[in-house]
Design a protein around this ligand. Sequence first.
Ligand code: AMP
Length: 515
Amino acid sequence: MRVPLTVADFIDRAELVYGEREAVVDEADGPGSLGRITYADMAARARGMAAALDRMGVELGERVALVSPNSGRYLVSFFGVSGYGRVLVPINFRLNSTEVSYIVDHSGASVLLVDPELEESLAGVTAKEKIILDGIQDAELFAPAPPDAVPQRWEADEEATCSINYTSGTTARPKGVQITHRNAWLNASSFGWHTTVTDRDVLLHTLPMFHCNGWGMPYAVTGMGGRHVVLRKVDGEEILRRVESEGVTLMCGAPAVVAAILDAAKDRSEAGRPIPGKGTVRMVVAGAPPPSAVIERIHRELGWEFIQIYGLTETSPLLTVNRRRAEWDGLEPAEQARLLSRAGVPALGVRMDVDAEGEVLARSNHVFAGYWNQPEETDKAIVDGWFHTGDGGHLDGAYVVIADRKKDVIISGGENVSSIEVEDTLYQHPAVAEAAVIGVPDDKWGETVKALVVLQAGAEATEADIVAFCREHMAHYKCPTSIEFRDSLPRTATGKLQKFKLRAPYWEGRDRQVN
Ligand code: AMP
């Protein structure tokens, strides 16, 4: 028997088995908050959303874009949109209006859902139907379906696109990663298994839901009947408070989230206040290799379990996982941390390899279907059945170690920044003759964006002028935090910039060229 794997499976099971359980604890004072809802209610709202989209004439397969920080409505949309045959396009809420417009247009989204706090800044972004998620305009969209409401029937298809997640990469414009239902299903199940998600888990959404569908946890935790605690904004002390008040057991995030938690915990310790979650919280980290000293601090200062995963939006994202194994139980804490600082071993059903050039390759059912409307880019990424990650690394036995980046991408605070995109913006400044953008190490963000700039002959511009210009044109997290003026930039005989040479002085003395 072959039954199509779709993300509706996760909410269907939650409704059937755990209907009366509390499913979502939304931010109490978030705009349009759902408050506390059960799985029966969440499922009814997802059905209601599908029925409302039917009434709006949104066809199956049509794209529904969503720009919002984490919210209860976001969780409902994962199922109300994708679970009933439409395609969710989660958009990074830090992008500016031009950047969001590009994604809405490129994905061909006919419906655009916008958080009220972004209403003003995204006023210029248009779609056939634009709805502000204020609890009023979207009241019908998120109302629980009446018992007799049956949304349009979708012939479930696991190869259908579940979501299109735009990611900044090697091109000036972000590319739309098409994640199929099969990808999302297998990623969520495997991720849930490797992190042992059970019906007793309480997930705090410290990871933005737009980022690769919250890496798949919204599906995994729902399927197991765990509880979702929504967090709109990362704040270390607030995270600790939620661990205390909601009994949080699980969270995911980039190393910057860990840094915020450790800072808050330090303040608490100094004030003689307790640190919650000892022995009960699992912290899953990805986005950049966390230093082993940080891993040790998570164990020592919080008493939480550290788990590392590695992957990309293109791989749904789970590729490797590094979790303390039984053999390491007796080891010194520093040695355990060192072993955990590697990206990890292949998750079940994933094959990993490193090619002669040192590029990390992957093969798995989590690998995406292709870039939306960019088949030539897909062909560059998947060659001979292997997905090319653009990351440089090596194998340490079964363990993958990420040590370098082949692609021109900077990862700051867990979000990808395309150097080419930043360079494109710099070139629009009238005083800039040449620009090279590189990632340099940064204590808070892991990496931060640095621009090396050659000015036009006779032109004048200060560092502050150029940074301000970038901030006008791009999402702020992509903007250079420092500019260095140079007389010229070293190029190869064919005129190419050698980024690795430009980066080298800033990374000297480090064993890894990524952070
Ligand atoms: P994204 O598609 O935005 O999720 O970014 C994926 C990229 O993040 C990968 O290609 C890596 O460069 C980086 N990355 C993710 N997880 C890790 C990790 N555990 N260690 C090192 N780099 C990572």
